[in-house]
Design a protein around this ligand. Structure first.
Ligand code: F6R
Length: 259
């Protein structure tokens, strides 16, 4: 794991944007795994900026989002489809049929999940997965106790996640209780993972995920077993890390070939 701690979310987003642009410039038909929530917003703004000002093209890119609420249509302002259209897809040149999000209104949820896994496989697999982290350690909506080998499936949100996400809805009762999410195993199959976290509220879970034991009770901790993960956090989210000064020293003294 490489731990990168920068002063602000914008600086973290600029690093993430550069990594994604390098990937797409080297492989125009790259497959991206994307997240929603408040964390990736600065990253998506940076990608939009790079598209508009630097000509970064997503025309051959395929994307797969991590998750979607069950029961919300793509037009619902709290659906992840709506979020992605607003924050990214509507502002870049990705083809709409190349940008995949689980269908939260599917009649047959189980076959929707199987088809989603199949579509990821048929695309050649995810080159780079963007992740946020829930305050309970979830990645995607893989809540504590999720199988660390799980695939795309239905999950029930925890009370903590419902409370955290209530800020996007008019009241907590409107937060759907169920979602479709890529599994932990699906996420672990990605070639590269960028995990972002910002703010003091994420400091405790970031230290557990990065420095604690690998446990299904902190699903993000499985990333310690992934060979190519960068955890990119602002000062506040990194503030509980025991080895913080070491991570900073490593980042600031990278040999040229690695930088
Ligand atoms: C969203 C997702 C979730 C969020 C997490 C953090 O697609 O997969 O794991 O990344 O709930 O949400 P924010 O960024 O709103 O704190």
């Amino acid at each position: 794991m490489e731990i990168i701690i920068r002063p602000t979310p914008e600086e973290c987003a600029s690093i993430g944007g550069r990594i994604i642009a390098n990937l797409i410039n080297g492989k125009p038909n790259a497959v991206l795994g994307l997240a929603t929530g408040s964390t990736p917003i600065p990253l998506y703004s940076e990608l939009v900026r790079m598209h508009k000002e630097e000509g970064l093209s997503f025309s051959e890119v395929t994307s797969f989002n991590l998750d979607e609420y069950i029961g919300l249509s793509g037009e619902h302002p709290c659906s992840y489809q709506f979020f992605m259209n607003e924050e990214l897809f509507g502002k870049i040149d990705i083809k709409s049929n190349s940008a995949h999000i689980p269908n939260g209104e599917a009649q047959d949820i189980q076959s929707e999940c199987l088809q989603y896994e199949q579509a990821i496989r048929s695309s050649g697999g995810i080159d780079l997965q963007v992740l946020g982290i829930g305050s309970d350690g979830h990645i995607g909506f893989n809540e504590p106790g999720s199988s660390l080998g799980s695939r795309t499936r239905i999950k029930t949100l925890t009370g903590e996640t419902i409370e955290d996400n209530a800020r996007f809805f008019d009241n907590p009762d409107q937060v759907p209780r169920h979602c479709i999410t890529m599994g932990v195993g699906t996420i672990m199959d990605s070639e590269t993972v960028l995990l972002f976290a910002f703010g003091e509220g994420k400091a405790d879970i970031i230290s557990k995920a990065v420095e604690g034991p690998v446990s299904a009770m902190v699903p993000a901790s499985i990333l310690q077993l992934h060979p190519n993960v960068k955890v990119i956090v602002d000062e506040a989210a990194g503030s509980n890390l025991a080895n913080i000064s070491y991570y900073k020293e490593v980042y600031e003294n990278k040999p040229d070939w690695q930088a």
